[in-house]
Write a protein that binds this ligand. Structure first.
Ligand code: 7TS
Length: 417
């Protein structure tokens, strides 16, 4: 064997798709069939590296952070803050103080709505979003508009599920206090031209929040390059634990914001005459944080960096293209979400089979998809449908998974014909 060969073998083993063995939950039978997991947009499975990191912390190092002089507290603090450093490098933030741990994307967006927007919004001000947002990037803005008298403007989408960019840009003027947009739509898979939109918004001094929940697990994300003011994402969609997520915010923006929640850890000094607040990012992390969740998220970041986000994006694009062409061959198929730029998600309807019935039949064959409105009811209204079936991909999916999906869809057609 030449010296080259083991290295080539190693590189080959590192390709996504072959990574199924890293994810113990994928190795099981569901209703007598090997599991095909196509619901990663809702929540992805965790690799052994993440499961072990969380277990090792719980077994050996658990204590509260930032407050103990004893060894376990030091270890817990080091691991928790180490995870912040990993996230910082993963999204290319400028400093670790720009990485705020939250419960997830939802909490991150609520934090911005309540701390960044609410104190300054007044009647006549505007917030701009798009028609394809997840409820998490709609409802917090509706609430803050109700609280302040500001107005919510919604940029429309076309039949393919692409935003009408000219219309959106036309909405941006001196009345707009924030533009809040998804990076990737969870219901349609459309990739939004976020960099271009940030540039346009910034030329009018409008800050931009990007909901990156469906982007971060699937493609390289560089917040410095995007130049966005805020970027939100969730650990459980990127192979980490639930209950942990991140708000990235530009330091100057975060500095200018009052704390959102009060309690331990977010203060420097408390007396009944008044309280002074801690520095960033702790100002926004009141109470004992999700320590094991952050450590698991750090392990997920390490895992993703070990493969490379470029490699993952290329792999998923290939599987997505294959899935699209194979689904198009199924009689009675109607794809919902056919944007030119897409990632990782395909919604569809099959004949007039109710999506829930379809999901149940697929589950009987070991194929896990999500059905319903996907927390994007306005998208469903736009297409005049109550819901869809949705197959969503992650780095561990391969062509065999798509073949199994198509087989089970054809079997479902037979049952209903
Ligand atoms: N934003 C987007 C684009 C999402 O896809 C989701 C979750 C959220 C925000 C909320 O994330 P959380 O972690 O705070 O709950 N999307 C989905 C989904 O598509 N199916 O289940 C959850």
């Amino acid at each position: 064997m030449s010296e080259q060969e083991p290295r080539i073998a190693e590189l080959h083993a590192a390709q996504p798709g072959d990574r199924r063995a890293d994810f113990p939950a994928l190795d099981q039978q569901i209703n007598g069939h090997s599991l095909v997991y196509l619901d990663s947009a809702a929540s992805s499975q965790a690799p052994t590296a993440v499961i072990d990191a969380v277990a090792s912390y719980q077994q050996n190092d658990h204590a509260n952070v930032h407050r103990g002089v004893h060894t376990l507290s030091h270890r817990a603090t080091e691991a928790y803050e180490g995870a912040r450093d990993l996230v910082k490098s993963f999204v290319n933030a400028s400093t670790r103080s720009e990485v705020v741990f939250t419960r997830g994307t939802t909490e991150a967006i609520n934090l911005v709505a309540q701390s960044f927007c609410r104190p300054v919004l007044k009647p006549g001000d505007r917030i701009v979003i798009t028609h394809l947002e997840h409820h998490s990037n709609i409802v917090p803005w509706q609430q803050v508009c109700e609280q302040t008298g500001a107005e919510l403007l919604v940029a429309s989408i076309d039949e393919k599920g692409q935003i009408n960019i000219a219309e959106l840009i036309g909405m941006l003027d001196e009345r707009v206090r924030i533009l809040a947009i998804a990076h990737v739509s969870n219901a349609l898979g459309s990739i939004l031209p976020v960099r271009e939109l940030v540039e346009k918004a910034h030329s009018l001094d409008i800050p931009v929040l990007i909901d990156g929940a469906q982007a971060v697990p699937h493609m390289p994300v560089d917040v410095l390059d995007l130049d966005c003011d805020f970027y939100a994402f969730s650990g459980h969609k990127m192979f980490g634990p639930t209950g942990i997520g991140v708000l990235y915010g530009k330091e100057a923006r975060l500095e200018s914001m009052p704390p959102w929640q009060g309690g331990g850890d977010m203060i420097l000094e408390v007396s009944f005459d008044g309280t002074t607040y801690n520095e960033l990012p702790y100002k926004f992390e009141a109470g004992t944080p999700n320590i094991s969740g952050a450590i698991g998220l750090g392990a997920a970041v390490r895992y993703l960096q070990g493969i490379g986000m470029d490699v993952i994006a290329r792999h998923e694009q290939e599987i997505l293209d294959y899935m699209t062409s194979e689904l198009n061959k199924v009689d009675g198929m109607r794809l919902i979400g056919t944007a030119d730029e897409k990632a990782s998600v395909q919604s569809f309807l099959l004949d007039d089979i109710h999506p829930h019935d379809l999901g149940t039949i697929l589950d009987h064959q070991g194929v896990a998809i999500r059905t319903g409105h996907h927390c994007a009811m306005p998208v469903m209204n736009r297409f005049g449908i109550p819901g869809t079936a949705r197959a969503s991909l992650a780095l561990y999916n391969n062509r065999d998974d798509i073949d199994r999906l198509v087989e089970s869809l054809n079997a479902a057609r037979k049952i209903f014909s």
